[in-house]
Design a protein around this ligand. Structure first.
Ligand SMILES: [Zn+2]
Length: 269
């Protein structure tokens, strides 16, 4: 999971989203706003809708690798996903900043899962609405789920590059940031899908091999065109969290320390 770059939608699209949102907000009760949010979103989130064609195109530009999912970074992203679920927060259903591009295997199980640190008490409260629960607003509070649109997930978690290739809460974090990391990892199933672990391990091997090749070719006197091409290949690879972590944790791994020391320009990629 990686921080997404800030990309804006054109004013025309932003205006359309505000219009859609206003229609939802105009419903008199919370339960009606929830129903309207779901109805309007499914009828507008279509290829025939010009605003949503732009939304999808801009979300695509924000993805790492070849349109990879914002959460797992592995599968192809093809669903406009709400960080704050529309079933709980209809007032955010058409808010551009609430969208990420995600894959079905992440979006499906996440569902309406959400939690907050309750205002006032600061207590962790799971506000996910069960099937038979009354349609009432969730308790107010700060979100627990890490939002890759506005925050850097790597401020809260780190990837274990030594053997497990699992995410862990970042060391030294306070109670709240540790809880946020744990909750995000669990809700998005970032550690309990074998294929994801295998893909991160494979990405580590590929990044390492490609950087090694870049280093070797540079020492052998390759020209700038070739080096730029090799660099671009690394920059466009998927699972960029793995690459970010290789740079960040390089001093703890001897082979990485040596490699990055030889080609320090790669730290800027
Ligand atoms: Zn995913």
């Amino acid at each position: 999971m990686i921080r997404l770059p800030n990309v804006a939608v054109p004013e025309e699209t932003a205006r359309k989203l505000r219009e859609y949102q206003a229609e939802v907000d105009a419903k008199p009760s919370y339960a009606e706003r929830v129903a309207e949010a779901k109805r309007q979103f499914s009828s507008r989130n279509k290829a025939t809708n010009a605003a949503f064609r732009v939304v999808r195109q801009r979300l695509d530009e924000m993805c790492s690798g070849a349109r990879r999912c914002a959460y797992c970074e592995d599968s192809a992203a093809d669903e406009v996903e709400h960080v704050r679920p529309k079933d709980l927060y209809p007032e955010h259903v058409f808010r551009w900043e609430n969208y990420v591009y995600a894959c079905g295997p992440c979006n499906g199980p996440k569902g309406n899962g959400f939690a907050v640190f309750e205002s006032g008490t600061g207590q962790f409260r799971d506000v996910t609405r069960g099937r038979d629960d009354p349609i009432v607003p969730p308790v107010a509070g700060d979100e627990v789920l890490i939002d890759p649109r506005s925050e850097d997930p790597l401020d809260y978690m780190e990837l274990d590059l030594v053997g497990t290739f699992m995410f862990l809460p970042a060391p030294g974090g306070d109670h709240r940031s540790t809880k946020r990391a744990d909750y995000t990892i669990e809700l998005l199933h970032l550690n309990d899908r074998d294929l994801l672990i295998a893909a991160r391990r494979e990405a580590y091997g590929s990044y390492f091999a490609r950087l090694h090749m870049y280093r070797d070719r540079k020492l052998e006197g390759a020209d700038n065109d070739e080096l730029s091409r090799l660099a671009e290949e690394i920059r466009s690879m998927g699972h960029s969290t793995v690459w970010q972590e290789m740079k960040r944790q390089r001093e703890f791994h001897e082979e990485l320390t040596r490699l990055f020391d030889d080609v320090p320009e790669s730290l800027a990629w």
